[in-house]
Design a protein around this ligand. Structure first.
Ligand SMILES: [Mn+2]
Length: 247
């Protein structure tokens, strides 16, 4: 049997955001929760093998205890493993949510928060997933820096990063740059990126990567997530899906 892996990828949910630049209706507190719950239900319909959440689940480390506990509960209810990293809005600096709440206590969740990066294995899928915990959103932070070569003991090697896309030939003084050259140098089968709220596919002959866009922000092609199909014997397929209103 040909080995395949189906991945659901999302990022930038911004729970407890103030809704300032968003199109969500109702009070922002419940609107973000409702939109994320709807996005999760929609992603479930694809029956993914696992989910990658590439940062900014929360809008700020000051998110309410009620919202943090709600998020832990809904992640636990998903019928697949979830691998996640902090973003700049929920980074590991200061009074980080992820220092106060242990998301790794959730049976189906691996939160990759090590500053130097770490790999989690989803053994039954043969998947190794790398990510790191951003402490400071600064020009010096290198979201993909230190990502190792593909381990020998996996069928699939996946990576996550949270930061700004820097195309070939471009320069930026902005924080957390993710250079296209680093994406193309990666040995990952797929790189799940977060930070841009508009989805962006980055598929070349050297790279399979995407920004999923935000499932709670309608900028760009709408509220989005990405489904990735990897197969041993064919090219990866990266599909951006727009979701309807949570209502
Ligand atoms: Mn961000």
């Amino acid at each position: 049997m040909t080995k395949t892996l189906r991945i659901a990828h999302c990022s930038d949910i911004h729970l407890d955001g103030d809704g300032y630049h968003h199109s969500l209706s109702g009070d922002a507190h419940s609107a973000y929760r409702d939109a994320f719950a709807h996005a999760l239900a929609t992603m479930q319909t694809h029956k993914p093998d696992l989910m990658l959440l590439a940062g900014d689940l929360f809008d700020a480390n000051s998110a309410s205890a009620d919202t943090i506990e709600w998020s832990m509960s809904i992640l636990e209810k998903q019928p697949f493993p979830i691998l996640m990293i902090p973003g700049n809005h929920d980074c590991m600096g200061g009074d980080a949510i992820y220092r106060r709440y242990d998301f790794n206590q959730i049976p189906n969740v691996d939160n990759l928060t090590a500053e130097a990066g770490e790999i989690a294995y989803v053994k039954n899928l043969g998947a190794a997933v790398w990510g790191k915990g951003m402490v400071d959103h600064s020009p010096e932070f290198d979201p993909l820096g230190g990502c190792p070569e593909r381990p020998d003991d996996c069928d699939w090697f996946l990576g996550m990063g949270h930061g700004i896309h820097v195309p070939h030939g471009a320069e930026t003084g902005r924080s957390s740059p993710i250079h296209m050259s680093d994406i193309e140098a990666s040995t990952c089968d797929y790189l799940a990126l977060g930070h841009h709220h508009a989805a962006l596919e980055l598929v070349t002959d050297k790279a399979t990567a995407a920004y999923s866009g935000s499932p709670t922000d309608g900028v760009g092609r709408g509220a989005t997530y990405v489904i990735i199909d990897l197969a041993e014997t064919s090219e990866a397929k990266v599909t951006v899906h727009a979701i309807g209103d949570a209502a």
